[in-house]
Write a protein that binds this ligand. Structure first.
Ligand SMILES: Cc1cc2nc3c(=O)[nH]c(=O)nc-3n(C[C@H](O)[C@H](O)[C@H](O)COP(=O)(O)OP(=O)(O)OC[C@H]3O[C@@H](n4cnc5c(N)ncnc54)[C@H](O)[C@@H]3O)c2cc1C
Length: 489
């Protein structure tokens, strides 16, 4: 079978690499950004490999149209082979058993049971070279944050990625090896680059899905200023939670009224496309730091890579209906311009509000997250509890200095509404589920309802975003869907 995969990010690379490795399929992988070749080829830009901070050199530069507080609100999505796995924080967190139970409930299929996906997590984690930080690699900021977090009364984690673990404090595993971000292109594409089963078309942006009656037969794309058509027996969208629904909508697959308003001819009604947008809305507390902390970090940086993040406090607010609903993430280190940055991110990892991606006239799209719009403001209340917890942590961290933002005098509820950020974890815009009329876009196998030869295999198919960083779950689902297509797993 000839399979066209659009997007080489966490889901797409795992899907394409796994399918190509089967030896039975020919995979054509389209990626809008550049392909820098295999890791061993040495062609990768240094900033995408180094793991001390998050690079912004390969970005789609998407923005949230809601513009909380009237400001620019950047969303951060990578445009490069490997997708966001090539510029992310490498925190490797699986999620909760309840997350996958929820996927089973939404799809009416038990194929996403926690005990069924666990072997897939173990397999992809080996590919990603996952490891725990040894004590000598933990920077002073992180070590002090851990000591402070232990005063919150939560246990130190037994096993950070135990799907059944509740509130706990610990360093999550990472896919960073010797200071290198081990991205999904290295993990899944490098092993099959020379097999003749994988063809990569980089700097190639898919613009439309080609349909013949009710079957997808390929995609139209632009490459080097030319329009091309790439055909296959199966088309798999893996453009991410923004990119995949946009391609469906641009192809006339989505809510008919919205397509009509945007001047797009509707060819297949699927009301859920672009809806159910989720992320983990977050508040970012900033602190002044101190000369003592800077000196300790400088000394550490002479012998090891000073990672900015690693510690996560998994916590549960009084509003929670899941095992945990908050992450506190202390981040600290030196910025490329030499300044110091000391923060605690408070992320709500089980938000209730839902946003959407809306087609607009002229081929444009509006991304509206609509954070903190849930009835009863429970999302806001949970984040405010998280901020209170973060302030207790900060009070127990002697060298962290004063809180400079929002500061003790801020009206907190308004500040959260105006200044909130996100955790870079968009999901849910092509949700798996049983009933297309109720918003389901794909079935439990990632197949688009009502159209043959068309699948989605990225974070957009999560009916509910995992209560965790999303990279591992996205890779797992790409790997799992490919194996199920192959008749294994
Ligand atoms: C700055 C940042 C830090 C993060 N840190 C972490 C972390 O520490 N831990 C964690 O678990 N998660 C983290 N995440 C989130 C995680 O990386 C993502 O959830 C995950 O990579 C999403 O995978 P995906 O396959 O859905 O999409 P992506 O990885 O975004 O892949 C989509 C790919 O498709 C391509 N594409 C899109 N549209 C088209 C088109 N029309 N034609 C061709 N190609 C197209 C894109 O260029 C991209 O390469 C972070 C994300 C960001 C942005």
């Amino acid at each position: 079978m000839r399979v066209v995969v659009v997007g080489s990010g966490s889901g797409g690379a795992a899907f394409a690499g796994t399918l190509a490795a089967s030896g039975r399929h020919h995979v054509v992988l389209l990626e809008a950004g550049p392909d820098y070749g295999p890791f061993d080829g040495g062609g990768w830009p240094a900033e995408l490999l180094q793991t001390a901070s998050l690079p912004r050199t390969h970005d789609w530069e998407l923005e949230n149209e809601d513009r909380p507080g009237g400001r620019r609100y950047e969303l951060g999505r990578a445009k490069v082979i490997g997708g966001c796995s090539a510029h992310n924080g490498c925190s490797a967190v699986r999620g909760l058993a309840g997350d996958f139970d929820g996927w089973c409930a939404a799809t009416g299929s038990d194929s996403w049971r926690a005990d069924a996906v666990l072997p897939d997590f173990l397999a992809i984690e080996r590919r990603l070279r996952l490891r725990d930080y040894p004590p000598e690699e933990i920077p002073p900021f992180q070590a002090r944050a851990f000591d402070a977090a232990m005063t919150l009364g939560l246990p130190a984690t037994g096993n950070f990625n135990d799907l059944d673990e509740g509130p706990a404090v610990g360093f999550c595993p990472v896919n960073k090896v010797g200071g290198t971000r081990w991205n999904c292109a290295f993990a899944f594409l490098d092993p099959v680059r020379d097999t003749g089963r994988l063809e990569i078309l980089d700097r190639c942006e898919a613009t439309q899905i080609l349909l013949e009656r009710r079957r997808a037969v390929g995609v139209r794309a632009t490459r080097a200023g030319r329009d091309i058509e790439v055909t296959g027996d199966l088309v798999v969208l893996a453009g991410g939670a923004y990119g995949s629904p946009m391609l469906l909508l641009a192809s006339g697959i989505g809510p008919p009224a919205a397509l009509d308003a945007a001047g797009i001819a509707s060819c297949h009604a699927l009301p859920g496309v672009g809806h159910n947008l989720q992320d983990h809305p977050s508040a970012l507390l900033r602190f002044a730091g101190s000369p003592a902390l800077e000196q300790a970090m400088l000394r550490f940086g002479q012998t090891a890579v000073p990672y900015e993040e690693g510690l996560i406090v998994k916590a549960r607010s009084s509003l929670a209906t899941t095992a945990i609903d908050l992450h506190l993430v202390p981040c600290g280190g030196r910025q490329p311009d030499g300044s110091w940055n000391w923060e605690i991110l408070v992320a709500l990892v089980a938000a209730r509000a839902r946003g959407l991606i809306e087609p607009l006239p002229g081929g444009r799209f509006a991304i509206r997250h609509r954070h903190f719009t849930d009835p009863g403001d429970r999302d806001l209340a949970a984040v405010l509890e998280g901020i209170a917890l973060a302030r207790r942590l900060a009070a127990a961290f002697p060298d962290l200095g004063d809180e400079v933002s929002p500061g003790p005098d801020a009206g907190l509820a308004a500040w959260v509404r105006d200044r909130h950020v996100h955790y870079w974890h968009p999901a849910g815009t092509c949700a798996m589920g049983r009933d297309p009329a109720a918003g389901a876009v794909t079935d439990a196998e990632g197949r688009v309802h009502g159209l043959a030869g068309l699948m989605v295999a990225d974070a957009s198919i999560m009916p509910t975003v995992v209560a965790a960083n999303t990279n591992l779950a996205t890779i797992m689902l790409g790997y799992r869907l490919a194996r199920r297509l192959m008749g294994v797993g």
